[in-house]
Design a protein around this ligand. Structure first.
Ligand code: FES
Length: 113
């Protein structure tokens, strides 16, 4: 049994600017973690929801990459504009944010919408 209701991994991998793979850090991922942690703190959920920085999640071209467990929901192209929605819809209310689902992993869920 998991200690946390949700465990969120956010890729903070950084590559050189000229690397053709790109990276999540250059797309703003380092800003996402403190923003999400602040919302969790404001709602008194620090013991229930854990946010961790991760290395490359092998989804570089679609970064910033975010994965939420235990559901195994993959979000792609996440920006600061999306943090509040992920927090309120998914982490608080259990409703994954459909518009941010990564189609590589969730084509089935996206078709149902
Ligand atoms: S650099 Fe973030 S998924 Fe690879």
């Amino acid at each position: 049994m998991s200690r946390f209701i949700h465990h969120v991994f956010i890729c903070e991998n950084r590559r050189p600017e000229d690397d053709p793979k790109g990276c999540c850090a250059s797309k703003g991922s380092p800003e996402l973690i403190p923003a999400l942690r602040e919302l969790i703190k404001q709602h008194g959920l620090t013991s229930k929801i854990r946010i961790n920085s991760s290395g490359c999640l092998a989804n570089c071209s679609r970064g910033s990459s975010v994965v939420v467990y235990p559901e195994g929901i993959w979000y792609s192209k996440v920006s600061m504009d999306d943090v509040a929605e992920i927090f309120h819809e998914h982490l608080l209310n259990g409703r994954p944010v459909t518009r941010l689902l990564d189609p590589k992993f969730h084509a089935d869920l996206m078709e149902r919408q």
